[in-house]
Design a protein around this ligand. Structure first.
Ligand code: AMP
Ligand code: ZN
Length: 114
């Protein structure tokens, strides 16, 4: 989708700080980090949200989850712990309608989130 921000990042049309890439996924640093480590993992094909991705390609969803853990390992937070979040819909604060996993860590995090 040419008007989707994350599709354009996946295509290399908009710059991002890439940290991990596979044929079908991309991980890059969030532009407005909420924790010392804040990386987004996206499927390269466009799905509007987690539900759309899960319904269309559960293998790709599993790959996104696996890449989230690899990011945590390479960022040095796999041992201390990290959070993986898929904001879905307006009450959750989803602002980009291309499915993405937030990988957050590097400090203790509160529960429940706000
Ligand atoms: P969400 O609010 O869950 O939809 O998450 C969207 C995330 O994308 C937010 O955390 C933003 O800070 C992040 N974001 C927006 N634009 C960019 C960009 N150009 N590069 C990296 N991250 C971005
Ligand atoms: Zn997209």
């Amino acid at each position: 989708m040419s008007d989707c921000l994350f599709c354009r990042i996946a295509a290399g049309e908009i710059p991002a700080t890439r940290v991990l890439e596979s044929e079908r996924t991309l991980a890059f640093r969030d532009i407005n980090p909420q924790a010392p480590v804040h990386v987004l993992v996206i499927p390269k094909p466009h799905y509007a949200d987690l539900a759309g991705l899960a319904a269309a390609d559960d293998g790709l969803l599993a790959e996104v989850a696996g890449q989230a853990h690899k990011v945590a390992q390479s960022e040095g937070i796999a041992e201390t712990g990290y959070r993986v979040v898929f904001n879905t819909g307006s009450h959750a604060g989803q602002t980009v309608d291309h499915a993405h996993a937030h990988v957050l860590g590097g400090r203790p995090m509160t529960w429940p989130p706000g």
